[in-house]
Design a protein. Structure first.
Length: 345
């Protein structure tokens, strides 16, 4: 067990590496000229980038996991906007005025009607530093709030069981303030939870890194062996590596074959194998080529036959014109016969 009462699975100590990386990132953010040019600057966050191995088997459905932190990301008097189910009036009575952090309660019908445009959603995003959402509607919120809202201020999911009470809501809000969260799902290998504010010292960031990694290891099936690499970054900086494990060999898929095997098979197909009787056996590659050539020849023959038929067989227009010509020629022959009789006389 570590100092926070969390079980450790052969976990390396990353306190020194995290402290060094945090100091370097703080110096880089202070020297960034883009911060001085902005009129309204919001405080950034430290993010812990965790890359998981591809062979890890995680649940297919989204599982929300909270990672406890030694130093809180949010103050006790922070203003929270709470996204709840359709019964907005009940949550409003239980939370506003009784839970000090909750200042606004919104349901999905209210979001549809009042915050339908991008400008209104931006105003809502800038009016509150922290958003919390009920897990029952968490998946649908991305459609109604938009990707820009989701990337900058993603709501923290909470699960409130029935019957709902003010005590349950207050407990969940305290848990949100004292921890960060990760959404684990299958076929996702990178996670970047918020680990500290830019105003934190390097030691505070390093302590939060140790606490979050120790709890995340519990949720992985093979523990620390499932982690490929760990990095630290801010919202606007590149990631600095803290730890990297051995590279895992990518398993070959059963449906696909390597390019080397294909090239060797092609070479074998071109060569001929001699039998005992002196006869030559053609390989599969040559047979395939012959089949391909025979198909091409058949297509050519069919196209030639169509052209010949067009040249030989007269069209309907030609037939009609020929008939009209024969009809016109009949009176000319009678006229010439009368002329010949007159000449004889």
């Amino acid at each position: 067990f570590d100092a926070y009462g969390i079980i450790l699975f052969n976990m390396p100590t990353l306190f020194k590496e995290a402290e060094k990386a945090a100091t370097a990132l703080k110096h880089a953010s202070q020297a960034d000229p883009r911060k001085n040019q902005q009129l309204f600057t919001s405080e950034g966050f430290f993010e812990l980038v965790i890359n998981v191995r591809q062979s890890t088997t995680l649940p297919k459905t989204e599982s929300f996991k909270y990672l406890p932190l030694k130093h809180k990301l949010w103050d006790e008097d922070v203003e929270i906007c709470f996204f709840c189910k359709e019964r907005r009036a009940r949550f409003k009575k239980l939370s506003i005025g009784k839970v000090p952090q909750v200042k606004k309660v919104l349901g999905i019908p209210r979001i549809k009607s009042k915050y339908s445009t991008h400008h209104l959603r931006k105003q809502l995003r800038e009016s509150f530093p922290l958003f919390v959402a009920d897990r029952a509607i968490y998946v649908n919120l991305l459609h109604y709030l938009g990707e820009a809202f989701w990337k900058r201020k993603r709501p923290h999911p909470i699960h409130i069981k029935e019957p709902v009470s003010t005590e349950k809501i207050a407990k969940r809000m305290k848990k949100v303030l004292s921890s960060t969260f990760v959404v684990l799902r299958d076929l996702q290998t990178a996670y970047s939870p918020k680990i500290g504010r830019e105003s934190f010292s390097a030691t505070q960031v390093a302590q939060n890194v140790d606490a979050a990694l120790a709890r995340l290891v519990e949720y992985l099936p093979r523990g620390w062996d499932d982690i490929q690499s760990v990095m630290l970054k801010t919202t606007t900086s590149p990631a600095l590596p803290l730890w990297a494990g051995p590279i895992e060999a990518t398993p070959s898929k059963p449906g696909k074959k390597s390019s080397k095997k294909r090239s060797n098979k092609k070479k074998e197909g071109k060569e001929n194998k001699a039998t005992d009787g002196g006869k030559v056996e053609e390989t599969k590659g040559v047979e395939k080529k012959k089949k391909h050539k025979s198909r091409k020849n058949k297509k050519k023959d069919a196209s030639v036959e169509k052209q010949v038929q067009k040249e030989v067989e007269p069209t309907k227009v030609q037939q009609e014109s020929a008939k009209k010509g024969e009809k016109r020629k009949e009176p000319d022959t009678l006229h010439s016969a009368k002329k010949a009789k007159k000449a004889k006389k």
